[in-house]
Design a protein around this ligand. Structure first.
Ligand SMILES: [Zn+2]
Length: 300
């Protein structure tokens, strides 16, 4: 396996100052193996969740606060999936999908967003507790794929010209996924703090064409370091800057003591109703599939 620091489970900031373009590039490998192994989803959902987690890494790495949290949540109606949640906190990623197994049989190999989510919406929430800043944007889950839906999010919700590319592939039993986010942000402006928007700026189509030439197999090639990949795309620009890399890992914040304290707050008769055949109360974490067994007498 490649060992350089910029090959996998990492997000890297990028700026092309002369074009007023900035963004992130990310690749996930072992992190995805770890998340997806714990869920055992059908292949089509594994690919979707791999792309969703990559998108989560791209957006989460935009947060300025170390304790900032990014959540993407799909709310759906009438599709294969009824819920998908991914989040990011300090480089840690987690996510899960809830689906209707009966609908899986009629699904094509590369289902559209409509097949997957029905009439779905994607809610993206940036939460920066130190600045007491919480912002949520919601866009319909329309378009060919998750990358297109994310691109519409930036166009509609934030009015920033953006390019989003996502790709995920399983090879030899291991996952690799990559993503690129590029945005046109005039100098000195960050994200939604910008002062004005110029959708017609000539620099942007140039950057979007170069970024758009990226192939899925380049995004998922774990032998190709992310800085080399950026250089391949943008070496003719006056200046290409990369920012400090952010390591990505799988993380869940479920906590047995917390679970116990929540269950303890239920009235005794309701707790009695939760006891299973083995005499224990079982609580599962949807994110990481951990199962907590609590002895009812511990709670009294
Ligand atoms: Zn968990």
């Amino acid at each position: 396996m490649p060992t350089t620091e910029l090959n996998t489970d990492v997000a890297l900031g990028v700026a092309i100052p002369s074009r007023n373009a900035r963004g992130r590039i990310a690749r996930l490998g072992a992190v995805l193996d770890s998340v997806l192994t714990s869920h055992e989803y059908p292949a089509v959902l594994e690919t979707l969740l791999a792309e969703a987690l990559t998108l989560t890494a791209l957006l989460g790495s935009l947060l300025k606060e170390p304790q900032g949290q990014l959540t993407i949540q799909a709310q759906t109606k009438g599709g294969l999936i009824d819920l998908m949640v991914c989040d990011y906190l300090g480089g840690e990623l987690r996510g899960y999908v809830r689906h209707d197994a009966d609908k899986l049989a009629g699904m094509s190999a590369e289902p559209t967003l409509q097949e997957l989510f029905g009439n779905g919406y994607l809610a993206i929430t940036f939460d920066q507790p130190a600045a007491q800043e919480r912002y949520q944007g919601i866009v319909p889950l329309e378009g060919k794929n998750l990358a297109e839906a994310a691109q519409s999010y930036f166009a509609q919700s934030e009015q920033i010209p953006s390019l989003v590319r996502l790709a995920a592939q399983k090879r030899g039993g291991h996952w690799s996924a990559g993503g690129l986010l590029l945005q046109h942000l005039p100098e000195g402006e960050e994200g939604r703090e910008r002062l004005h928007t110029r959708l017609d700026h000539p620099d942007w189509p140039h950057v979007a064409i170069l970024g758009g030439s990226l192939k899925p197999e380049e995004l998922t090639d774990a032998n190709l370091p992310l800085d080399d990949l950026l250089w391949r795309l943008f070496h003719e620009e006056d200046e290409l800057r990369t920012l400090a890399a952010i390591r990505l890992s799988r993380g869940c914040r479920c906590d047995p003591d917390y679970v116990r304290s929540v269950i303890a707050r239920f009235p005794a008769d309701e707790r009695a109703g939760m006891v299973g055949d083995d005499g224990m109360i079982r609580v599962d974490c949807a994110f990481c599939s951990s199962s907590f067994a609590i002895e009812p007498k511990e709670l009294t």
